[in-house]
Design a protein around this ligand. Structure first.
Ligand SMILES: Cc1cc2nc3c(=O)[nH]c(=O)nc-3n(C[C@H](O)[C@H](O)[C@H](O)COP(=O)(O)OP(=O)(O)OC[C@H]3O[C@@H](n4cnc5c(N)ncnc54)[C@H](O)[C@@H]3O)c2cc1C
Length: 470
């Protein structure tokens, strides 16, 4: 007769060699493969009291005392930020055989593409609908192809696919673990380390382990906000942009469409004549918007535009986090008033706020709207952005005008704001991330500054890693 196992009996059955998970026998050894066999639960050996490191109030001012920092690691390439640009940089650099360390402030990889619930991946195609984003970005999507409910609407130019955030977190965790990149999560980059000549030598991090330093030959700033290059004193332009908060609605079978006269309609794509999917067009004002389909069944995604604000101002960002979450809940009540959505529920609001642009590097080159419109070709091209027409991105946009030993990648590279509105998009961040990672590794191997990397070698390695350079 079936009966509940006692806790002791369960432990015995596990110890006997396996645990039944969803009908399959998963060996205990694989479930616990990452556990330190010497780890002891409970009280640990006492640690000596450390020196007091707290700040003090002196004459009404808060003073941080000078102190020596523990060195967490010495590495070749240090990548700060594990979003689209940072993961692409770390994985690409590692393929050249150098030591790579990737540090991310949250507990998962993917940045806005996962934690920000930015699920639509565009622009992937050039003016002629030819795919221009290949290389590591295409590798990511091929991995997603293999996962059930990982990605929808793939390879149907000029439309673009929508991904599942959890599937992408899994893909990135799996690739990073397999690559032997050293990864630290829940670890926030708070300062740059510079030497007597003013060159970058690493970064300082805060985590539950305290304040620690990572020394590096080269740093890739993929924080999205240029946190490390700003701390190191590189010149940049500070910009404000729309800040939204993306979300998903569950148990829903209708979607937002653009009707014949471009008016907003909601319904079933097959039933509304002339209705075209909005495909995640950012919602400006909520009117019961229901969003667009995702790989997960009966699940929609709402991409929010949000107001223009300062993504580097903690008070503004905090207020928007609260107001956006309230607005998304209130929107749901309007959603439920639509036929077919009565049982819809708010599946999740993005764990992290949708900050678009904050700092833009003053680089060796600044990509201008005029260059983009003119279809300018660059000798130091490192890849393309999709769009109509597609445009080239030069290596000089990743290199600070003056600072040494640091490259920027992702949404904080050197470009005019109108161009950054495109270079900040996920596929383009993969392109600049991959190039920054390879260039950083080459600068170590060839013992040169990132700005002096041999462009032919960089382009050849990019091609070898599958990138499209025209
Ligand atoms: C609301 C919204 C909608 C969007 N819609 C689309 C869209 O439909 N399609 C599209 O392609 N793109 C879209 N984008 C743009 C795109 O999501 C981002 O620009 C892109 O993810 C940027 O990649 P990144 O790697 O440069 O930065 P991020 O994705 O921001 O990643 C940076 C990473 O660095 C980490 N980090 C930051 N600071 C530190 C630090 N000091 N120390 C350690 N780690 C740090 C962050 O936690 C994050 O993981 C949208 C953006 C927003 C906000």
């Amino acid at each position: 007769m079936a009966r509940d196992l006692s806790r002791r009996e369960l432990m015995h059955s596990i110890a006997a060699g396996g645990l039944v998970v969803a009908g399959t026998m998963t060996p205990l050894s694989s479930l616990l493969a990452y556990q330190d066999p010497k780890a002891v639960r409970g009280a640990q050996a006492p640690t000596a009291a450390g020196a007091r490191t707290s700040a003090t109030v002196v004459d009404g001012k808060v003073i941080q005392p000078r102190r020596e920092l523990e060195i967490l690691r010495k590495t070749g390439v240090l990548v700060v930020g594990g979003g689209p640009a940072g993961t692409a940089a770390a994985l690409s650099a590692k393929r050249l055989g150098v030591d790579v360390t990737l540090v991310e402030r949250y507990g998962y990889l993917g940045g806005l593409a996962t934690g920000g619930l930015v699920l639509a991946i565009f622009p992937l195609y050039g003016g002629n609908n030819k795919p221009v984003i290949l290389g590591i970005g295409e590798e990511f999507m091929k991995r997603l192809d293999k996962l059930k409910f990982g990605i929808v609407e793939r390879n149907i130019a000029p439309d673009y696919p929508t991904i599942d955030a959890e599937a992408f977190k899994y893909v990135l965790a799996d690739m990073v673990l397999a690559s032997q990149v050293n990864a630290y999560l829940d670890c926030w980059g708070v300062d740059a380390i510079i030497d007597a000549k003013g060159s970058v030598r690493g970064a300082v991090f805060e985590s539950k382990s305290g304040r620690q330093a990572i020394l590096a030959d080269v740093v890739v700033d993929a924080s999205g906000d240029g946190d490390i290059y700003a701390a190191a004193g590189a010149a940049f332009e500070k910009v404000k942009d729309n800040i939204g908060l993306d979300s998903r609605i569950g148990n829903i079978d209708i979607e937002d469409l653009t009707g014949q006269n471009r008016e907003h309609v909601t319904g079933n794509r097959d039933k509304i004549q002339g209705g075209r999917p909005t495909r995640g067009t950012p919602v400006v004002a909520f009117e019961g918007h229901v969003g667009s389909p995702t790989p997960a069944p009966h699940t929609n995604w709402i991409n929010m535009k949000g107001p223009v604000a300062d993504g580097l101002d903690v008070a503004e960002v905090s207020m928007l986090e609260l107001k956006h979450r309230r607005a998304l809940w209130n929107n749901l009540e309007k959603v439920r008033s639509k036929p077919g959505a009565e049982q819809a529920y708010l599946l999740e609001t993005a764990p992290q706020i949708g900050v678009r642009l904050t700092r833009l590097l003053a680089g060796v080159k600044k990509l201008t709207l005029q260059q983009v419109k003119a279809g300018t070709k660059f000798k130091d091209v490192i890849g393309y952005s999709g769009g109509s027409p597609e445009f080239q991105i030069p290596y000089g946009c990743l290199i600070p005008a003056k600072l040494e030993n640091l490259l920027a990648a992702g949404r904080c590279i050197s470009a005019e704001m109108q161009v950054a509105e495109t270079t900040r998009l996920i596929p383009v961040c993969w392109v600049t991330g991959q190039a920054a990672g390879i260039a950083a590794a080459l600068s170590i191997k060839d013992r040169c500054k990132p700005r002096d990397v041999d462009i032919d070698k960089l382009q050849s390695e990019l091609r070898q890693q599958g990138a499209f350079l025209g």
